[in-house]
Design a protein around this ligand. Structure first.
Ligand SMILES: Cc1cc2nc3c(=O)[nH]c(=O)nc-3n(C[C@H](O)[C@H](O)[C@H](O)COP(=O)(O)O)c2cc1C
Length: 302
């Protein structure tokens, strides 16, 4: 497979106006949502009501596709931030902070603390982290009661606590067959779509072919059809997570290579995108979705 030879960076214009406001322009052609009916908790009660109103007890809930999303960010995209983000944008897909599967499993009597959210926050994606398939499956099952719209597995976190000792996050990119198995277990325990958020590589495991191998294996051997690509590799040489979001160079050409080489999959671009002009440029260049992290938080009225 060849590189796309496409560099988005050059086509990015200066920061524009409100990215959230612009997202209102899109027509509603949202995907069908069929949630889980097992809900008895405070924050998910309305989810149950919505679903139980319709024929056969299920209402198709329509959202815009995830053309624009706000990234999962530990300690940042908490309930308070997401409530604010939803006031600003009706349609942006909001991601939770990463929650370790072990936390969900071990706190199963205290789940509201970790998983409850206001129904206004839909569409919302739960990001989980972990490398124990049994716990990933169980955590997904426990999360069903909260009616998240998608379950995402973190394959991009370079924090030593996660990628080193914890052996999950971006370390998982080194074992695509395991990720496929994990994603199959997650998908088997939920009715909503599943997705993977990853980097373009780790250390010297950073060729485009190795990235393709990861995407090929995960998409072929699990139901994962949506990938969010943080378009820089991770360095596991002891630099901090913040440095790992700045030092490795962005290689958008990898992202556009994936768009070309896996036409049946859905790809969301992430990393270094800071304004509405850049969001629009990425969409015009073919990205199915655009995810903003720091810009959506630091300059929420872009
Ligand atoms: C404070 C902070 C916490 C983050 N926590 C997570 C996380 O929990 N899960 C994850 O997949 N990425 C996490 N990220 C990475 C972002 O989701 C995103 O991939 C990264 O910031 C690059 O996008 P950006 O340039 O638009 O910020 C975090 C980033 C920041 C700034």
């Amino acid at each position: 497979m060849k590189f796309a030879g496409y560099s988005l960076g050059v086509s990015f214009a200066p920061i524009g106006s409100n990215v959230f406001a612009k997202s209102f322009r899109f027509p509603i052609v949202g995907s069908i949502y069929r949630g889980n009916l097992r809900s008895s908790r405070l924050f998910s009660a309305s989810c149950w009501r919505e679903q139980s109103n319709g024929k056969n007890g299920v209402v198709a809930k329509q959202y815009l596709p995830p053309w624009f999303s706000v990234a999962p960010m530990m300690d940042w995209t908490d309930n308070h931030y997401r409530t604010l983000a939803r006031l600003i944008s009706k349609h942006a897909w909001l991601y939770t902070e990463m929650i370790a599967a072990e936390t969900i499993v071990h706190q199963k009597d205290n789940l509201d603390r970790f998983l409850a959210y206001s129904p206004d926050q839909h569409p919302i994606v739960l990001q989980i982290g972990g490398s124990n398939i049994e716990n990933l499956a169980k955590a997904t099952e426990l999360a069903n009661a909260y009616c998240y719209d998608e379950i995402n597995l973190n394959c991009g976190c370079p924090s030593p606590r996660v990628a080193g000792h914890g052996c999950f996050g971006v370390s998982l990119m080194l074992d695509p067959k395991f990720v496929a198995e994990a994603m199959s277990a997650i998908a088997a325990n939920t009715n909503v779509p599943v997705s993977v958020k990853c980097r373009i590589g780790v250390d010297d495991h950073d060729s485009y072919d190795q990235l393709c191998d990861f995407i090929y294996n995960v998409s072929s051997f699990s139901p994962t059809k949506h990938f969010i690509i943080h378009s820089r590799k991770a360095l596991l040489n002891g630099i901090s997570p913040a440095e790992n979001r700045n030092i490795p160079p962005l290689k958008y050409e990898y992202f556009y290579g994936l768009l070309r080489d896996f036409p049946d999959l859905t790809f969301t671009i992430n990393g270094g995108i800071s304004g509405i002009n850049e969001v629009n440029a990425a969409r015009e260049a073919g990205a199915h979705g655009v995810m903003l992290g720091r810009a959506a938080y630091n300059k929420y009225l872009l």
